[in-house]
Each structure stands twice: as C-alpha cells, then as structure tokens.
Design a binder for this molecule. Structure first.
Ligand SMILES: Nc1ncnc2c1ncn2[C@@H]1O[C@H](COP(=O)(O)OP(=O)(O)O)[C@@H](O)[C@H]1O
Ligand SMILES: [Mg+2]
Length: 391
C-alpha cells in the first residue's frame, strides 16, 4: 500500500548545507506503529547555504552573540530559503508539488540544552530550539509542512534527541546482521540495532576538528580538513586524548544528547590549556580525530560487543583518516570481524539519511504515529512528534 511521498530537509550542527531527501513510504498492510514500513529514498540533494545566511545562523548558535532580533530574522530567512530551494529542486526533478503529501523540516538547531538552561538566570528549564519558519515553507511550496519535532519529546521528559535511531531501524534494521548505524555530523550519534531500540549521542563528530582546522587555515576554501589529510600528517598526543576522554559526557549513561553548546572552541581551548604542554597544531588535529573515533568505538563496544555491520552516514564518512582510525579502534576494542563502511557500501547515500529521517517523521506525524523511542530519548512515553502547518 502506498502511504505517500514526503520530503525531509535539515541543516545540521555543522551548518554546512541544506540536505534534502524525497522519500516514498509503502507498507504491505497500511500505516502502523511498528517500525516496519518500507522507505525508499527517491532523490537527494545538498545545497550550500548562502554565506550571509550561514554566518548569521552560526552567530545565532553562539550564546554570547545571539539576540531576539537576529533569531527572528534568521527564522524567517531560513524558512524562506528552504521553501524556495524545495520549489527549485522539485522543478528540476520534474516532480509536481501536488504529489508530495508533506514536508518534514527539522530546521537549524540554535540551542539544545536538555539538562537545563544557563545558570545566570533563575529560570533554567531544559529546552531545545530549532528555527526555519515552517509557515514560510508551507506558504511558498503549497505543501503541508511538519516542523518542531523535538519539543514534544522534551515536554514528556525526554532529551528531544537523537530522533534518527528509529529511522535507522526502518532503513537498516531488517537488512543487515547485527548493525550499529553511526552518523558523523557535527556531533556523532550511534544506533545499535540489536532489537532494544537504543541510541544516543556519543560526543563530537566533526565539530571540534572543523573548529581547529578553521582556526589554523583561515584561507581554506572548503573550511574543513579534506579527507583528514591534516590530521593524518600529525601525531596523536596520548595524554591529551586521555584527558579529553575523561570528560564526564563520555562516561555518562544514556539517554544523552549534546551539541555545540558543549563541544565547542571554549571546550577545546580549556582542554589544551589544562594539558599544560605545547602541542603542534597538526598533532592536536590528529588527537581530535582520535577522540571522535575512539568515543564512537567505545560507545559501540559497550552497547553491542558483537556488532557485525557499521554503516557510517554524515559528512564524517568522507574523512578517510577518521574512518581508518574508527576501523582500527573498533578492531581493538570490539568485534574484529565487523564491517565498517560508508552507507554507500549498502547502496544508501550517506548525505541523505538524516534528511530522509525527517521526511519519515513527517509521514509518522501525518498518520498520527509516534516518532520517538522512549529508550533513546528517555521520554515518559511514545509521542506523536511535530506540528502541521497546512499548505
Ligand atoms: N571530504 C571530506 N573530508 C573530511 N571531512 C568532510 C568531508 N566532507 C564533509 N566532511 C565533514 O562533514 C561535515 C558535514 O557533515 P554533516 O553530516 O553535513 O554534518 P551536520 O549534520 O552537522 O551538518 C563537514 O563540516 C566536514 O567536517
Ligand atoms: Mg550538514
């Protein structure tokens, strides 16, 4: 039974581009709560963000520089950019907007504080905030738009994140033997698909490497360590690595989620300062790659020691050095026989997975099905996520 075509879109913590995915959802019997629908990614694309919008969004994400004025303007500007981008994209694909049941728009996270706000005010409720006005998207595209996926889970006592593990189950759960999906975006998250529906943020993905690289390569056109070549030219600094792995986030038990509010330039500078040693910049980069790889490997091994397949999605899968260190670390800490590879190895575009997840979440919302996994977010119960902005 065809359940409809949906578009998912998101800009991640790296703020590197707008990921779009067009998905087709079918089910032999009709929509149901079980995570057993069939999802096909029909088309996917990543569009660079205009530099002015990217700079403004990055500013919004910095607690010291954000303002209500900036937030409001960015909310509208990103919504407008998403709406226009979807219209262009559908036209280029020759797909009619009337054939799309709904858009699921994650938006841009400008703050994620699952453990509460800042201590400088007396009000310190946990909150998470994504912008990219869905009214703009619905107005421009004429397609029902679903947005605000995280806050209902948080209202129910959950972390509001990560939300992708349920979709990883739909995409990979029945196809691979003992899989653990890894997404290496700005932050990394793992989804051990061992039947227990778990998953959590393991810590930094590319965000610290991106910070450090940019600090030392201000004239770089790409803005990140292409292929991990700079990290590969450095030497791992073991004392710094051990000190960084001593951060309480890594040993905290799930549910847990994190963001740029925690793993950022200030965190990195504090680590380097407290190491009280002079470390060459490329050695710091090598150590940061090892931090990402080892924290992922340790999280996988602790959750799923007999893991067999590790499909890696997100931009970090393109960092050959990082993937190499991850393979070594998994071989050392866990199953020697596990196959660690970019999701393309299993025929799935690794840039489209997270965007497709929000298309799938839009499908769940339209059919009034739950979108969260209690074991992942820690919410009090399953909840239908997101609000619908009708065309
Ligand atoms: N060829 C590459 N080599 C190394 N790193 C890469 C490459 N391509 C992408 N990346 C990394 O992936 C990041 C983007 O990943 P992405 O999955 O889009 O993250 P997010 O979800 O946070 O936006 C970039 O900031 C960069 O660090
Ligand atoms: Mg991205």
């Amino acid at each position: 039974m065809r359940l409809g075509r949906f578009i998912g879109c998101m800009t991640g913590t790296s703020v590197d581009g707008l990921d779009l995915a067009l998905i087709d959802v079918t089910h032999p019997n009709g929509a149901d709560e079980a995570l057993d629908e069939n999802v096909t990614v029909v088309a996917a694309n990543t569009l660079p963000l205009p530099k002015t919008l990217r700079d403004a969004l990055l500013l919004c994400a910095q607690p010291d520089h954000s303002s209500v004025e900036l937030l409001g303007a960015c909310d509208a500007a990103l919504g407008e950019f998403i709406g226009i981008s979807i219209n262009h994209w559908l036209r280029s694909l020759g797909v009619k907007s009337s054939s799309i049941r709904a858009i699921g728009s994650h938006g841009q996270t400008v703050r994620h504080r699952p453990s509460g706000g800042i201590a400088s005010t007396e009000i310190d409720n946990p909150f998470t905030l994504q912008i990219g006005d869905p009214n703009q998207i619905a107005e421009l595209t004429g397609i029902d738009t679903v947005a605000d996926f995280r806050r209902r889970d948080m209202a129910a006592g959950g972390q509001g994140a990560p939300l992708a593990p349920a979709f990883h189950q739909v995409l990979f759960g029945d196809r691979l033997t003992r899989p653990c999906v890894v997404n290496i975006g700005g932050i990394s998250n793992i989804s051990p698909l061992d039947g227990s529906f778990s998953g959590f943020d393991s810590g930094p993905g590319n965000c610290l490497m991106d910070e450090w690289f940019s600090q030392h390569h201000q004239d770089s056109e790409v803005g990140f360590d292409l292929g991990g070549a700079w990290a590969a030219s450095g030497r791992l600094d073991k004392p710094l690595l051990e000190q960084m792995l001593g951060d309480p986030f890594f040993s905290a038990s799930a549910p847990k989620s994190t963001g740029r509010e925690y793993f950022n330039q200030a965190w990195l500078n504090a680590q380097i300062t407290s190491s009280q040693r002079q470390i060459a910049p490329q050695d710091v980069q090598a150590t940061l790659a090892a931090l990402t790889a080892l924290s992922i490997a340790q999280a996988i091994t602790a959750q799923m020691p007999d893991v067999q397949n590790v499909p890696v999605c997100g931009g970090g899968r393109r960092n050959e050095h990082l993937l190499g260190v991850l393979k070594e670390a998994l071989a050392r800490t866990g199953s020697l026989s596990s196959c660690v590879a970019a999701t393309e190895h299993w025929g799935i575009d690794g840039d489209s997975v997270e965007a497709a997840a929000f298309g799938w979440l839009a499908y769940r919302r339209v059919y009034a099905l739950s979108g969260n996994l209690v074991a992942v977010t820690g919410a009090m119960g399953s909840r239908v996520l997101g609000a619908i902005y009708p065309a």
